[in-house]
Design a protein around this ligand. Structure first.
Ligand SMILES: Cc1ncc(C[n+]2csc(CCOP(=O)(O)OP(=O)(O)O)c2C)c(N)n1
Length: 669
C-alpha cells in the first residue's frame, strides 16, 4: 500500500498491528488477559510511529506513555473513569485505543483529528487541552463534582452511583508551572479521591530546568526511599484490608513500589507512591489497581518513562523527537523542507544577539521554549544572560519586571498564545508600573496544524487596551530587525512586538536594525488619485499588496500603508488615509477588538466618520475558534487573503456614477 493510500484508507492492517483490529473501544481491551497487553502496547507503538510518519506531530511524548496508556485503559473503566491528559500532546496512543484508530492518519490534517485532547472529538477526552499544567485542576474539579453528587444522593436516599475515578496524567515539564501546585495545594486540603500520575521522562520540550526537576530526579534515583518492608506497610494503610493482603503477597508489588514519606507531595497532603517503571506492565498494572482501589484522598503516582521509547531514532535524538514533520520510518530522517527565507524566529534571535553584544543590560527570558523562540541561539552567544524559567509564563513576566526595576533590559520571548496565561502579570506587574519589559511574541496569528489552542489571535486585543503599552507588528523580516532595535531603544515603558510562525518573505535583511519612531507608520504605495486605502498591520502586508495589484489591474488605484504600530496609532497617517479615500480597509492577523477596533475608535473620536464620506472595513480573524488547517486555508476562511481583501474592497467601493447620481457599491450592481 502506498503512503498516499495509507493516509486515505486508515490503519495499515499489518501483522504488527493486527491485535488492535479487535480493540475498537477500551471495553474490549479490558477483556484481554494481562499477558497480552504488552503485545497491544507494541502494536500501538507501531501504529503510532507509522501514523506520525505521514502526518507529522508530537512523537516522543506519546511513545513514552504507550504502556501507561494501555495499562490505564485496562485498569480503569473509561470513559466513566476520567483520564485527563495534561497538554494532550502525548494522547495519540490514547486516541488509537479510544475509537479513533481509523482516523489516526488524519491527525492534524485539515478536517482530521486534533493533535491534542478535545471534548468535542470523543467522550474519552473529558477535558480539552494543549496549554500545559491544567490537568490536576480539571481532574480535581471533576472529583469534587463526583463527591457532591454522592453526598446529594446520600441525603436524598438515592442509590449510590458508580464509584468513579479521576486521573490526571502530567509530565515533569508541565509540573514546573504554578497552576499544578495551586491545584495540589487545593487537592491536599480537600482530601478528595484524586489520582495524579507524574509522568517523569526527565524531559520537557528542551531538557527540563529548575529545582523541581532536580528534585524529581533525586526521588527517582531512590535516595529518598524507605525500606521495602516499611513501604509495603505504609502502602497498606492506603488500601482496603483484603486488597492489601492480596497485593502485599504479589512479588511485583513489593518490587516496584516505594511510598515516600516526607516527600514534598506528602507534605502537600498527597500519598506519594513510586517511582514505578512506566514501561513495565508487570509493575504498572498491580500498582494502578491498588491506587484505583484505595479509599484515600489524593494520591500521586510517580511513573518513570523514557521519551521516544521503542523507536531508536527518537531515543537517540536530543529532543527525543518531541515534535516532528513527516519522516521515513526506517531511517527516522525527517522531510524538512529547504527554507526560502530565514524564519522570523531566527531573525529575532540573531537581532537580539546583536543588541546584547552592544549592551550588557540586555537579557533574554524564555518559558521552556528556547528552540521555538530563538532564545537557544541567544543562549549560545550570551549564556549568562539567558534565563529558561520552565513552563512558567507568569513568573517569566514578573521576573522580567524585577529585572527592569534594576535597570536591565529584559526581552521576554513567549508565544502569543502562551502569554495569555500571564495576563495579570503583564497588566499589574509591568504595564501599571510602566516598566520597560520587551514582550516578543512569536507565533502571532494563525499557526496551522496546532489549531485553535495555539492560535496567536488575541494579543492585539489584550495588549492594545493597556495604558503605557506600545504594540508593534512586523510586516516582514527586515521590519522585525528594526523592531527589535526599537524595543531595545524604548526604555520608558513596556513594548510588545509580534511576528508570525514560519519563514519571512525573502526581503534583504539590514546589517543593523534602526530604532523606528514610536507610533509612526509608513506609506508603502501612494499612487495619485487612489480611491482605496489598505492599512495593514503585520504580515498581511504581502496579501494586501497582491490585492492592490489586482485592483490596479482593474484601474482602481490603491494606497497601501504599513501601520507598524497598533498602539500608539499613527494618527496623522490614519486620519489622512480616511480623509483622502473612499474606502479604508484595515488588516490584521488577530481577533476582533484589536487593531481595527483601535483605528475605528480613533476615527470615531476625531469625527472622521461623521460626514459619512469614507467607508471603513476592518478585516480580522472571525469571532470563532477556527479548527486546525493550513494557515493559508485558515486565512482564506477568515477573508484575510488577497481574494478576501479584494472581495471586501469591491463590496465597499462606491460605483462612480454621473454627477448627482446616488453612489452604490460595486457589489450591489
Ligand atoms: C502554558 C504552556 N506553555 C508552553 C507550552 C509548550 N509545551 C508543549 S509540551 C511542552 C513540554 C511538556 O513537557 P512534559 O510535561 O514533561 O511532557 P513530555 O513532552 O516530556 O511528555 C511545552 C513546554 C504549553 N503547551 N503550554
Amino acid at each position: 500500500m502506498s503512503r498516499q493510500e495509507t493516509t486515505q484508507a486508515g490503519p495499515v492492517s499489518s501483522e504488527a498491528t493486527a491485535i488492535l483490529d479487535g480493540l475498537a473501544e477500551p471495553a474490549s481491551l479490558r477483556l484481554l488477559p494481562e499477558s497480552e497487553l504488552q503485545a497491544v502496547a507494541d502494536a500501538v507503538r507501531t501504529e503510532m510511529i507509522d501514523a506520525v510518519s505521514v502526518t507529522g506531530g508530537h512523537l516522543g511524548s506519546g511513545l513514552g506513555v504507550v504502556e501507561l496508556t494501555v495499562a490505564l485503559h485496562h485498569v480503569f473503566d473509561t470513559p466513566d473513569d476520567r483520564i485527563v491528559w495534561d497538554v494532550g500532546h502525548q494522547a495519540y496512543p490514547h486516541k488509537i485505543l479510544t475509537g479513533r484508530r481509523d482516523r489516526i492518519r488524519t491527525l492534524r490534517q485539515p478536517g482530521g483529528l486534533s493533535g491534542f485532547t478535545k471534548r468535542s472529538e470523543s467522550v474519552y477526552d473529558p477535558f480539552g487541552a494543549a496549554h500545559s499544567s491544567t490537568s490536576i485542576s480539571a481532574a480535581l474539579g471533576m472529583a469534587v463534582a463526583r463527591d457532591l453528587d454522592e453526598a446529594s444522593a446520600k441525603v436524598k436516599g438515592a442509590p449510590a452511583g458508580k464509584r468513579r475515578n479521576m486521573i490526571a496524567v502530567i509530565g515533569d515539564g508541565s509540573m514546573s508551572a504554578g497552576m499544578a501546585y495551586e491545584a495540589m495545594n487545593n487537592a491536599g486540603a480537600l482530601k478528595s479521591r484524586l489520582i495524579v500520575i507524574l509522568n517523569d521522562n526527565d524531559m520537557s520540550i528542551a531538557p527540563p530546568v529548575g529545582a523541581m526537576s532536580a528534585y524529581f530526579a533525586r526521588l527517582a534515583s531512590g535516595d529518598a526511599y524507605q525500606s521495602l518492608r516499611e513501604t509495603a506497610k505504609q502502602l497498606g494503610k492506603l488500601l482496603p484490608k483484603a486488597i492489601y493482603q492480596r497485593a502485599a503477597a504479589a512479588e511485583e508489588y513489593a518490587r516496584s513500589l516505594v511510598v515516600g514519606s516526607g516527600t514534598m507531595f506528602e507534605e502537600m497532603g498527597f500519598h506519594y507512591v513510586g517511582p514505578v517503571d512506566g514501561h513495565n506492565l508487570d509493575h504498572l498494572l498491580p500498582v494502578l489497581k491498588n491506587v484505583r482501589d484505595s479509599e484515600q484522598g489524593p494520591i500521586l503516582l510517580h511513573v518513570v518513562t523514557q521519551k521516544g521509547k521503542g523507536y531508536a531514532p527518537a531515543e537517540a535524538s536530543a529532543d527525543r523527537y518531541h515534535g516532528v514533520v513527516k519522516f521515513d520510518v526506517l531511517s527516522g530522517v525527517q522531510a524538512k523542507a529547504k527554507p526560502n527565507a530565514p524564519a522570523y524566529t531566527r531573525v529575532f534571535g540573531e537581532s537580539l544577539i546583536k543588541a546584547a553584544d552592544a549592551d550588557e543590560k540586555v537579557v533574554a527570558i524564555t518559558a521552556a521554549m528556547p528552540g521555538g523562540t530563538g532564545i537557544d541561539l541567544f543562549g549560545q552567544a550570551h549564556p549568562e544572560r539567558t534565563f529558561d524559567v520552565g513552563i512558567a509564563e507568569q513568573h517569566a513576566v514578573t521576573f522580567a519586571g524585577g529585572l527592569a526595576t534594576e535597570g536591565y533590559k529584559p526581552f521576554v520571548a513567549i508565544y502569543s498564545t502562551f502569554l495569555q496565561r500571564a495576563y495579570d502579570q503583564v497588566v499589574h506587574d509591568v504595564a501599571l508600573q510602566n516598566l520597560p519589559v520587551r514582550f516578543c511574541m512569536d507565533r502571532a496569528g494563525l499557526v496551522g496544524a496546532d489549531g485553535a489552542t495555539h492560535a496567536g489571535a488575541f494579543d492585539l486585543a489584550y495588549l492594545c487596551c493597556l495604558p503605557n503599552m506600545t504594540v508593534m507588528a512586523a510586516s516582514d523580516e527586515a521590519e522585525l530587525v528594526h523592531m527589535v532595535a526599537t524595543a531595545h531603544a524604548h526604555d520608558t515603558g513596556p513594548i510588545a512586538l509580534r511576528y508570525p510562525r514560519g519563514e519571512g518573505v525573502g526581503v534583504d535583511l539590514p546589517e543593523r536594525g534602526v530604532a523606528l519612531p514610536i507610533g509612526k507608520g509608513r506609506m508603502v504605495r501612494a499612487p495619485e488619485g487612489a480611491r482605496v486605502a489598505l492599512l495593514a498591520l503585520g504580515t498581511r502586508m504581502a496579501e494586501a499588496l497582491k490585492a492592490a495589484d489586482a485592483l490596479e489591474a482593474e484601474g482602481i488605484a490603491v494606497s497601501v500603508a504599513d501601520a507598524r504600530f497598533a498602539k500608539p496609532l499613527d494618527e496623522a497617517l490614519i486620519l489622512d488615509l480616511a480623509g483622502r479615500h473612499e474606502v479604508l480597509v484595515t488588516l490584521e492577523e488577530g481577533s476582533v477588538g484589536g487593531f481595527g477596533a483601535m483605528v475605528l475608535h480613533l476615527l470615531a473620536e476625531r469625527g472622521a466618520l461623521d460626514a459619512g464620506r469614507v467607508r471603513v472595513r476592518t478585516l480580522t480573524l472571525p469571532d470563532t475558534y477556527q479548527d486546525h488547517n493550513t494557515p493559508d486555508a485558515m486565512y482564506a476562511e477568515a477573508g484575510l487573503d488577497a481574494a478576501g481583501i479584494l472581495k471586501t474592497v469591491k463590496a465597499a467601493l462606491p460605483e462612480r456614477k454621473a454627477r448627482g447620481a446616488k453612489l452604490v457599491s460595486v457589489a450591489q450592481k
